[in-house]
Design a protein around this ligand. Structure first.
Ligand SMILES: *Cc1c(COP(=O)(O)O)cnc(C)c1O
Length: 399
C-alpha cells in the first residue's frame, strides 16, 4: 500500500482549515438529517441497543432495506439471506472486493474513480482496469467502445457507480444496457455503488413526467440477466445526511452476499447497533422526504452552477450526487491541481482536482487535468459566499 499516501482530499481540507477558505472540496452536508432519524438513534441508545447486533445486521434494518428496494425499484429480496448490513458503503465495497477478487484478477472500474475503489482493488490483490468516462457538452459519458475493449479473459468484477462521484453523471439507459451486456458476455460480477440513489436531478428546464419533478434512479440489478450477478451497495450517509454514521448495506444473490459476510465478520464483525433501527425507520419515510431531498439538492446544484458560470468557469451538466465539474480554462487556468492549491489564496475557496480521481498516465487523467470538482451539498449561505468569492477570479468582469 506504499503508493497510497495521504490523499489530496486531506491536503485540501487542511488547506481550507488553515486559510479559512470555504470548503467545497469534501462532500459532506453541513446540516443534519431528519429529526426523527436523530431521535431514533438517541432513543435506541437510551433503551439499551448498545451491544453487538447480529452479524448480518438487525432484522428491523434488513426488513426495511428489503421494503425500500421493493417500494422504489420492484426488487424482491429475502432479508435473511440476500442483505448484509456493513460499516458504511465503504466496508461493503472493500469486503465485496476482498471476497470476489483473487490475486491478478482484473476489475473494470469507471474512471474518474472514487478513491476507495482503487485502494480496495489493491487490498484484494486485483488489477484495476480503467473504463473511461469522457467529458462532453452532455456531461461525462461512458465510452462504450473502450468498455468493450477493456473486458477480457482476466476480468472478474465490474465496479459500477451511478449516480457517479466525482462527475455527477447518471448513466443513461443505453449506457447501463451496454454495461449489462459486457457483464453477461464476460460472466462478470457487478458490484454497484448506489449511495446517491436518491440524489438524481432533472436537467434545468426538464419536465420528467406527470406528478414527478425528480427522475428515478435505475439500479442495474433490474436489467435483464443482472439480478443473479449483481451486488448492490448503498448506505444511509448520503440519503439521510449522516455521513458520520457509517451504516451501509449490500444486497444480491444469497451466495454472493454470504461471501461478503464471511469477509465482513473479520473486518468489523458488526457495527453501529443503535443507528440500525434509526436508519430502518428513515427508510420508511414517505415519498415526499425523498423527492424533497432531490429537489433541494437540484436547486443547490443550479445555484452553484449559475454562480460558477457567472464567474467565468465552464460547467459540465451533472444529473446526480453532491458534485459538479467546473472547467477553469476560460479563465486562463490550464492545470486543475495547481489551481486547487492556489484557489484558497486567489479566491478563498477550496475545490478538488478531478485528476486526483484518475490513474496517472491514463487518457482520462489527461482529459481531467484542467478540471475541478466542487460540492454543492452545503447551505445556501455557504454556497452564496463561495460563489461571491469566486467572482474575484475574473477581475475584468463586473460581478
Ligand atoms: C460517500 C461515498 C461512499 C462512502 O459511503 P459510506 O457509507 O460513508 O461508507 C461510497 N461511495 C461513494 C461513491 C461515495 O461518494
Amino acid at each position: 500500500m506504499r503508493r497510497f499516501g495521504p490523499t489530496i482530499f486531506a491536503e485540501m481540507s487542511a488547506l481550507a482549515q488553515r486559510t479559512g477558505a470555504v470548503n467545497l472540496g469534501q462532500g459532506f452536508p453541513d446540516t443534519d438529517g431528519p429529526a426523527s432519524l436523530l431521535e431514533g438513534a438517541v432513543e435506541a441508545i437510551r433503551s439499551g441497543v448498545n451491544q453487538y447486533p447480529p452479524g448480518i445486521g438487525m432484522p428491523v434494518l434488513l426488513e426495511a432495506v428489503a421494503r425500500h428496494q421493493r417500494r422504489f425499484y420492484g426488487i424482491t429480496l429475502d432479508p435473511a439471506t440476500e442483505i448484509l448490513v456493513t460499516a458504511g458503503a465503504t466496508e461493503a465495497l472493500s469486503a465485496a472486493l476482498l471476497a470476489l477478487v483473487e490475486t491478478g484478477d482484473e476489475v473494470l472500474v469507471l474512471e474518474p474513480a472514487y478513491d476507495a475503489y482503487v485502494a480496495g482493488i489493491a487490498l484484494a490483490g486485483g488489477v484495476q482496469r480503467p473504463v473511461p468516462l469522457r467529458p462532453t457538452p452532455q456531461g461525462w459519458r461512458l465510452d462504450v467502445a473502450a468498455l468493450r475493449a477493456a473486458a477480457n479473459g482476466r476480468s472478474r468484477v465490474l465496479l459500477l457507480n451511478t449516480p457517479h462521484n466525482p462527475t455527477g453523471t447518471v448513466l443513461t439507459a443505453a449506457e447501463l444496457t451496454a454495461v449489462a451486456e459486457v457483464a453477461v458476455e464476460h460472466d462478470l460480477v457487478v458490484i454497484t455503488d448506489e449511495v446517491y440513489e436518491h440524489l438524481v436531478y432533472p436537467r434545468p428546464g426538464d419536465v420528467d413526467g406527470p406528478g414527478r419533478d425528480v427522475p428515478l434512479h435505475v439500479p442495474i440489478a433490474t436489467l435483464p440477466g443482472m439480478a443473479e450477478r449483481t451486488l448492490t451497495v448503498s448506505s444511509a450517509g448520503k440519503t439521510f445526511s449522516v455521513t458520520g454514521w457509517k451504516i451501509g448495506w449490500v444486497s444480491g444473490p444469497a451466495e454472493l452476499v454470504a461471501a461478503v459476510r464471511t469477509v465482513k465478520q473479520f473486518l468489523t464483525y458488526v457495527n453501529g447497533a443503535p443507528f440500525q433501527p434509526a436508519v430502518a425507520g428513515a427508510l420508511d419515510l414517505p415519498d415526499a422526504f425523498f423527492t424533497e431531498l432531490a429537489a433541494d439538492h437540484a436547486r443547490r446544484r443550479d445555484l452553484l452552477a449559475d454562480g460558477l458560470r457567472a464567474g467565468g468557469f465552464g460547467v459540465l451538466p451533472a444529473d446526480g450526487t453532491y458534485f459538479l465539474t467546473a472547467d477553469p480554462r476560460p479563465l486562463g487556468f490550464e492545470d486543475g491541481t495547481d489551481l486547487c492549491r492556489r484557489l484558497p489564496g486567489l479566491a478563498g475557496v477550496v475545490a478538488v482536482p478531478m485528476a486526483a480521481f484518475c490513474k496517472p498516465g491514463s487518457p482520462t487523467h489527461a482529459r481531467a487535468a484542467p478540471l475541478l470538482r466542487f460540492t454543492f451539498c452545503k447551505s445556501d449561505a455557504v454556497l452564496h459566499e463561495a460563489v461571491d468569492r469566486l467572482q474575484r477570479l475574473a477581475p475584468s468582469r463586473t460581478a
